[in-house]
Design a protein around this ligand. Structure first.
Ligand SMILES: [Zn+2]
Ligand SMILES: [Zn+2]
Length: 376
């Protein structure tokens, strides 16, 4: 069995050199591919990079045969190529090698080609939704899959979204191919949010990654519907930190009652503070969520009668655990939420307007401080 120079190196130079029984000469392209990679990095101007190699599966099978023939295991060719490439690229200087670098050089030995892939960028922020009527994520028309049909009046979607209001300016600024917003919970389409809900925007394959986040925030605010604060670049791991976190929230709800509500009724409503609710999945979301009973605590409840509100109207300030269905706490959802405001008053009660006014998410700031310290 004969091997090429590189495969032989991996096998302790135990074989004769010739037409390679492992790579059929493919590994010999390595040094030329490294030259290409260095030129690509320089042309791109990336400050950091990572590498990966693609090796034909047949090489690995033949490599094992070579090991068997000598009853000795050599270094795997994939290992050796990785080492050779990363050491040459380090020596070349310029961009710095980093596991989460700005781009990835893919050395594909099955094709003898090198490809420079732009790595995704992740932007943390908190969004405020000023206008009702936006869904959180893009909501494609299911009949036409976004192409536009009579069902969606040719728009391809049913709602404009917070995701687009944030993602489109980012796409324009960065030259990204796509974006996805990952958020910590969501508010209903008809609810607003002045608290600032944590999210991470995943920005796919951006052409530019060193854009100014302050300018970006102004571009987003120009829509008048969505505002973002606290923008910063974060590692990919923050997607999970944000989506897996659950925070207590404070709401301001405008309520319309079926009868007059005076001081006696207001006291009954306030008595729900500190109470544990049993909430069966609301009928309005039952088609997309498992039907189960949740336990959620009302941590704070204020009854306010604002100027201009008559005996049948009031404002409630409610602080509750993550995942509490506020509209159902008010209406009772035909007995599926217990206790409820409608239930204890013995009259109908309906939430006519809902705003998220507070999210207790300071925990995320401490996570980010930890990353900053680790990154130093
Ligand atoms: Zn070879
Ligand atoms: Zn449609």
């Amino acid at each position: 069995m004969l091997l090429c120079k590189i495969c032989n190196l991996a096998n302790g130079s135990r074989f004769g050199e010739g037409e390679c029984a492992i790579c059929e000469g493919g590994a010999l392209k390595c040094d030329g591919m490294i030259e290409t990679g260095i030129a690509m990095l320089a042309a791109d101007g990336a400050k950091s990079f990572s590498i990966s190699t693609v090796i034909d599966k047949e090489w690995l099978a033949r490599e094992e045969k070579a090991w068997d023939s000598h009853l000795r295991q050599g270094e795997s060719i994939k290992n050796l190529l990785n080492r050779r490439i990363s050491s040459a690229l380090r020596k070349a200087g310029g961009a710095e090698y980093q596991p989460e670098g700005e781009c990835r050089l893919v050395f594909d030995f099955s094709k003898g080609a090198v490809d420079l892939q732009k790595c995704d960028v992740f932007i943390f922020g908190r969004y405020k939704k000023r206008a009702a009527g936006l869904s959180q994520s893009r909501w494609k028309c299911s009949k036409c899959d976004g192409k536009g049909c009579p069902g969606c009046e040719g728009k391809g979607k049913f709602y404009e979204s917070v995701e687009e209001r944030i993602g489109e300016p980012v796409e324009k600024t960065s030259g990204a191919k796509n974006y996805v917003m990952h958020a910590s919970g969501r508010e209903d389409v008809d609810a607003t949010n002045s608290a600032g809900r944590p999210f991470v925007l995943e920005v796919s394959a951006p052409e530019r990654r060193a854009f100014d986040l302050g300018t970006l925030a102004s571009d987003i605010a120009a829509s008048g519907e969505v505002e973002v604060v606290d923008l910063r670049f974060v590692p990919r791991s923050f997607v999970e930190v944000v989506t897996e976190s659950h925070f207590d929230k404070t709401y301001e709800a405008q309520v319309e009652f079926g009868g007059d509500v005076g001081e006696g009724e207001a006291a009954k409503i306030r008595s729900l503070e500190g109470v544990m609710l049993l909430q069966q999945t609301p009928t309005r979301v039952a088609h997309r969520r498992a039907d189960l009973v949740r336990h959620r605590k009302i941590k704070h409840l204020e009854f306010i009668r604002r100027e201009g509100q008559d005996a049948r109207h009031a404002t409630l300030i409610i602080k509750a655990e993550a995942g509490t269905y506020i509209k159902e706490l008010i209406s009772g959802d035909s007995g599926r939420t217990n206790p409820s405001i409608s239930g204890i008053l013995g009259m109908s009660a309906k939430c006519t307007r809902l705003e998220v006014t507070g999210i207790d998410d300071e925990y995320l700031d401490s996570c980010m401080d930890a990353v900053k310290i680790a990154g130093k």
